[in-house]
Design a protein around this ligand. Structure first.
Ligand code: HEC
Length: 278
């Protein structure tokens, strides 16, 4: 008898949670990435799949109102997700994430969520998402770009255009077919930021093995990065170095022929050299 009451109580509680809570974002309610990123196990259309309103997401990173496709490390931008839809939906929802590296780690920091937006932490990452069905089809949140040496940042987003009937039935959704990619601006102009001692590379042009002669003044982790002529990261390594002159060797034989920039960064200091691969 007692057990039946307890059982009924928990069943009702579970049902109530399922029905009541979903109006907030899926990171909070379901504890899941639904953005369509490599971390997603199904995006919003797993449930919101009627095809109504044909929504499509537009994700922009804005600098003083203007969309950018590069970022300066440490600078704050605004991320705006717009849900373009037809047929007059009653409300909107979204989820987004910013990732970098092969490990899909959190890139940068989201802060100051705008109207109807919350930032939900999940598995060491931050998910900006709706905190209720929104009447507005735009969602905004500040994004502070990550530290120098992070490389490309990939933004993923999924959206729902809802019929306002507090369920997933009759709603439409979609996600970005490919992520919005921001590349890192190489800020090697400021003299103050030059790596003391810099470094030299040889041979140049290089055919297979690239050597770097470096004389680090401090012990620490140095980041080495090769970018191609389009600013895309071709190679990225971290070295734990002790002070004193030394030569680092890197296999470069697999790189496509062309012009590259070799960067070595330590904290906020960075030096770069031009290199040609043939
Ligand atoms: C596992 C199923 C499931 C997934 C995946 C899911 N939702 Fe939902 N969603 C629901 C359910 C169930 C409701 C209704 C519950 C409620 O309103 O409290 C709901 C409600 C909503 C509503 C309010 C709908 C209305 O008409 O009132 C919005 C907006 C919404 N979800 C957006 C999203 C977005 C955006 C995503 C993806 C990033 C998403 N949902 C992923 C199940 C899901």
């Amino acid at each position: 008898m007692k057990f039946r009451i307890i059982y009924t109580f928990f069943t009702l509680l579970a049902l109530a949670l399922l029905l009541v809570n979903n109006s907030a974002g899926p990171a909070e309610v379901q504890g899941l990435d639904r953005t369509g990123s490599p971390l997603s196990i199904g995006a919003c259309q797993l449930c919101h799949n009627s095809g109504a309103f044909s929504p499509s997401p537009v994700l922009e990173i804005l600098d003083g109102g203007n969309p950018v496709n590069t970022y300066e490390p440490g600078k704050t931008y605004k991320m705006r997700v717009t849900v373009n839809a037809s047929g007059g939906p009653a409300g909107y929802g979204f989820q987004a994430v910013a990732l970098s590296g092969a490990g899909n780690v959190q890139a940068g920091d989201f802060k100051n969520p705008g109207a109807d937006v919350q930032i939900t932490p999940l598995s060491g990452r931050e998910y900006p998402e709706h905190n209720k069905r929104s009447n507005s089809n735009t969602f905004e949140v500040d994004w502070e770009a990550p530290a120098a040496g992070t490389g490309d940042v990939r933004f993923y987003a999924a959206v729902v255009a809802a019929n306002g009937q507090d369920g997933s039935n009759g709603d439409g959704s979609s996600f970005l077919g490919s992520p919005i990619i921001l590349s890192e601006v190489i800020t090697n102009t400021a003299e103050a930021n030059e790596l003391p001692g810099g470094f030299t590379i040889f041979p140049n042009p290089v055919a297979s093995e690239l050597n770097l002669r470096i004389n680090p003044p401090t012990q620490g982790e140095y980041q080495l990065r090769l970018t191609d002529a389009k600013g895309r990261t071709a190679l990225s390594r971290r070295f734990a170095l002790s002070p004193g002159e030394q030569v680092l060797s890197l296999e470069a034989g697999h790189l496509p022929a062309g012009a590259y920039t070799v960067q070595v960064a330590y904290g906020q200091q960075m030096s770069s050299r031009k290199m040609v691969k043939w």
